[in-house]
Structure formats: C-alpha cells, structure tokens
Write a protein that binds this ligand. Sequence first.
Ligand code: PEP
Length: 257
Amino acid sequence: TGARTPLIAGNWKMNLDHLQSIAFVQKLAWSLRDANLDFGSVEVAVFPPFTDLRSVQTLVSADDLPIAFGAQDLSAHDSGAYTGEISGAFLAALDARYVIIGHSERRQYHGETDELIAAKVAAAHRHGLVPIICVGETAEDLETHGPSAVPVAQLRIALEGVVAGSEIVVAYEPVWAIGSGQAATSAQAQQVCEALRAVVAEVLGDEAAAATRILYGGSVKAANIAGFLKEPDVDGALVGGASLQLEEFASIVRFKS
Ligand code: PEP
C-alpha cells in the first residue's frame, strides 16, 4: 500500500434518514475517538442518501469531525431539465469530497452503461469531486470470462472520463460478493486489484497508478478486513451492510488494532 492512506468507505445505500444519519455519524466519531484511532493512518468516509448530506455536512463542520462524506451517485449533467437528478455542483457546494459512480446496483437496476459512467466521472471531476469508480463481474461473467476481464474492460471505459491530473479511487466489487456473505478471498481481490492498477498505469501513467487507491468491496466485515488490507494492491474497502452497524463498522476502520 505504501504512501496510499487506506480508505474505509461506508455505502449506506437507501438506509438511514437525515436524523438517523446525524446520530450515526456522531456515535461513529465518538467510538473512534474513544478507541484512540490514529486518523492520520486511515481515512473514514460515509455515503448517506442525498437527503442526509446537508445534515452530515452541518454536523461534521460544526464538530470538526475527522469523517469524510460523499454521495452514492450524481448526474452526468451540471444543471437543467433533468427531473430527479443531482448535480455534482450541488454536491461540491455541500463540501462532499467523494462520489460513488457505477455501483453494481446502479448498473443493474438503473441500466447504467460504461459510457454513462465515464460521463459521470467527467462530471465529478468538473466539480472537484473524487469519483469512486465501481467495477466488478457477476458470477456468470466469472465463469465465462475469468476473474479480471470484465472489471478491466469496465475500468478502461470509465477512465475515458478522467480529467488529467484529477484524483480517482477505484473499487473492485465482485457482484457475487455484494450482500451475499460470500466475500472474495484476499488472494482473489489482490489478483483483480493488481490488474486494475495496471489499467490505471496504462491509461493515466505509472505515477497516477502508484497514487490511486483501489478498494475491495463485497461482504467486508471486521473479521476479514485485515486480510484484504495486507494485500499490496488493496488500499481499503467499500462496505455496504456492515457500514450500518456502528461497532462492526468502527472495528473495520480500526483494522490495524
Ligand atoms: C456494496 O454494495 O458496495 C457492498 C460492498 O455491500 P456489502 O458490504 O453489503 O456486500
């Protein structure tokens, strides 16, 4: 992992309303402080629903909490007649640092294509947001094409949206591991994350590849996080289900202790 600060990102999906979000983030910060977490050695980020972002921003800035936040999606457009969409400009105005792009649930339930995902990456960069670009194969893809072919192809297209010099985070999330309780092995995660880093090197150069954090996601919990983080090309985790359980998530963040 070297100079890449590990990132533990909690994707809440469609859970916790704005009041619940405040209670959760406050308790998370207390729990991590009580445990004397070295906030310089790991970055913590939460991804609440859009309607919670203002509340989380207010809490984080008022109490100066060492917790980053971002959105679960954004529009490829900046403004205009796009009913129901949320612009990167709005997210930037709320001090969001990150935005998740191309989560498998967006691809599956909302028909998001690799081309749309590339357009969303460009939109994130236009507004100074760091996109967390999600890629991953289904069980069927794995059987047909092997472990890295599909995520590598997805990432190649997504990177077409990158604005040169802007930061990205990549998340390898095998669809068969998401919410299934069946995490990839750390060796499987390493194999694909290494292949993804090679794609970043090929498209954006070696320096960008060395600086880019690549996360693993899919049934991460306190019991398996340390194994993933020991791998040289795994720089953190995108956590779904376990990010809603306060003590479990705090334990994942404290994977070193
Ligand atoms: C996710 O959806 O990003 C995810 C990793 O979910 P889970 O941790 O619940 O498998």
